[in-house]
Design a protein around this ligand. Structure first.
Ligand code: SF4
Length: 149
């Protein structure tokens, strides 16, 4: 990706993965591209596949089955790439952390850039989290300053 200190030079693409969500967090994510928030106007598109994504949104409690898929998804994304844990389930397991099918918090599997607790987090919080991540990337000097995470 061609990022530099003066700012990002292209739109970023986001792929969303439901790791075991009740769909509450997914509904908030989908609202981002609706007429009210229109995230595309801020330069964030929806990626049709992880191969075309710069950012991975993960919703829901990470189940053992989802954990394997998540690692595979993440490996398909080109570096540099970012991960956002959307909702308390992805952040910590939330109410389901004692479940036998809970594989662990998302950051035990993947390097998480932004944590957005809430059940579910509001679209405004998602936008704020994305903004924080992009500003951090710019501070780090773009792709040159980021680890090939
Ligand atoms: S954080 Fe809440 S809304 Fe999101 S997947 Fe978990 S239970 Fe559903």
């Amino acid at each position: 990706m061609d990022r530099h200190r003066d700012g990002l030079t292209k739109a970023l693409s986001i792929f969303r993965y439901n790791a075991g969500s009740c769909n509450g967090c997914d509904a908030e994510c989908l609202a981002l591209w609706g007429p009210r928030y229109d995230l595309e106007r801020l330069g964030f598109r929806r990626a049709p596949s992880p191969r075309q994504a710069d950012i991975l949104f993960v919703t829901g409690v990470v189940t053992t089955r989802a954990a394997k898929n998540l690692r595979h998804l993440y490996e398909q994304m080109a570096s540099p790439k970012g991960v956002v844990a959307v909702g308390v389930c992805a952040v910590s397991g939330g109410l389901f952390r004692r479940s036998s099918s809970f594989a662990g918090p998302l950051d035990a599997l993947l390097p998480v850039d932004v944590y957005l607790p809430g059940c579910p987090p509001r679209p405004e919080a998602l936008i704020e989290g994305l903004t924080r991540m992009v500003l951090r990337w710019e501070d780090e000097g773009g792709s040159e300053g980021r680890e090939g995470s």
